[in-house]
Write a protein that binds this ligand. Sequence first.
Ligand code: FA5
Length: 346
Amino acid sequence: MLRRIEEAKTRAEDDLRAVADLKKIEAWRIAHLGKKSAVMEALRGLPALSLEERKQAGARANEVKTLLEEAYRQKLESLKEAELAAAIASESLDVTLPGHPFALGRLHPTTQAVAEVCQVFAAMGFEVVEGPEVESEYYNFEALNIPRDHPARDMWATLWVDQSIAQSDQRVLLRTHTSPMQIRTMEERRPPVRAVFPGKVYRYEATDATHEWMFHQVEGLAIDTGITMADLKGTLYEFARRLFGADRKARFRCDYFPFVEPGVEMAIDCFACKGAGCRLCKGSGWIEILGAGMVHPEVLRRMGCDPETHSGFAFGMGVERIPMLRYGVEDIRHFYSNDFRFLRKF
Ligand code: FA5
């Protein structure tokens, strides 16, 4: 019996030396320390021995069992340590390597221009107010002195909203300009009022280098007693000086809008040809950026103001034309064609 116990010990120790991973050590434990192992069988065979043999064999079998259990524990620990070290080595992170660059987003050039225009006017004491892009016929046309069938409606090729989804008795449209905000604002405020209204506008229009079907406007309105054309020109010259610099030229010419009297347009000298005349400015040397004028007495009345005591000016500018003039963008359609090579420049 003692010989069998020693043989079992030697075999178990040899096998343990050959074990190289955690899966195999479990098989070793079952084979050499499990119920059917040689040591356990020797222990089970003890009752059949004589008293003297039983004492010796029992003591040795227990000793061997304890030795093998300790050897198993040590091997298990060293295998676990080796596995952890291997995992750490294979997953190691070199913190000195350069990181992956994160592409930073930025504001769209039009968003930047809207913000800049609003800042210039805010610094001159104008508040900034926003309004709806889906508008009623009343605010977009009628309240602005453009009744149905008035020929001036042709100035704004209109995108109408299908009446079946409009949920309104009024005819509904995508606003063709930001001027409806003049009326909406005066319904809620009393003079003196100075406000600018930025936002998107839509026109059913063939596009070209300076015309888009969706673009942005910033409308402006000042109503008080004693406001004159000189206030309008002074405000807009100051705006042009702050945005384009003192060396750029600005020009006013007469224009017609049913909601102002008199009406003007303001243009800045063309960046491409410096005023000589080119394809972009259609040979004129100037690029129109806004329409403006003194608020028409009829519109003042709609606003609840007496034209005898109150007066005011209004203007509406095309925002995309501002970065075009400042950075030499030759086609307005670049702004909304989503070409990152263009958008990243701003
Ligand atoms: C108007 O929209 C008037 N509501 C402006 C106004 C307001 C006049 C207050 C008087 C008092 P107009 O259609 O001209 O006017 O447009 C104003 C500006 O928007 C133009 O000067 C131009 O800079 C810009 N603009 C007009 N059409 C387009 C277009 N299709 N694409 C890009 N910009 C345009």
